[in-house]
Design a protein around this ligand. Structure first.
Ligand code: THU
Length: 161
């Protein structure tokens, strides 16, 4: 038997004011995108914005449904849009923000489990890491160098060979 340990490092900023200009601009796009969310059930509006390796900026929002499981998160809305508009193009950086209609939006959220799986697929498919910028409308910001770090021991296409 051997013990294994998994660690990952990420950056924590006290506020978006500490970010470099490109990161701050992408997070702002994600914050603004929350206005386009369709979240009449949770009232938790999520916005995502990505810079692709061809320079394009793509946004996505959560789109809920009266049949709750049919709803989709902002991150996967974005990944589907990006892969449809620009097939095979890497997602260099993805910012996620939110606006909680029921309370403060002053700390980062991080992608749900299903979105982590989709993020790892796009990393594997394009061969490029997706850098995450996570922040609310204000407060701390986390930067995670590669989304796949959030899904250790992931199930990947390698298993299907
Ligand atoms: N949601 C996202 O869009 N992204 C996340 O990272 C977490 C959750 C959405 C799903 C649902 O519409 C609402 O937020 C509440 O869970």
């Amino acid at each position: 038997m051997s013990k294994k340990e998994y660690r990952f490092a990420y950056e924590e900023f006290d506020s978006a004011d500490e970010l470099n200009a490109a990161d701050a601009a992408l997070l702002k796009r994600a914050q603004e995108a929350t206005a386009d969310a369709y979240a009449p059930y949770s009232h938790f509006r999520v916005g995502a914005a990505a810079r692709l390796s061809n320079g394009a900026i793509v946004t996505g929002t959560n789109q809920e449904n009266a049949s709750f499981p049919a709803g989709i998160c902002a991150e996967r809305t974005l990944l589907s849009a990006a892969a449809s508009l620009f097939p095979g193009v890497g997602v260099d950086e993805l910012a996620v923000s939110y606006f909680n209609e029921h309370g403060p939006s002053d700390r980062p959220i991080s992608p749900c489990g299903i979105c982590r799986q989709s993020l790892q697929e796009i990393e594997q498919r394009t061969g490029r890491p997706v850098r995450l910028v996570l922040g609310g409308q204000k407060g701390k910001v986390y930067i995670i160098p590669a989304a796949g770090q959030l899904l250790p021991l992931a199930f990947t296409s390698d298993e299907l060979k």
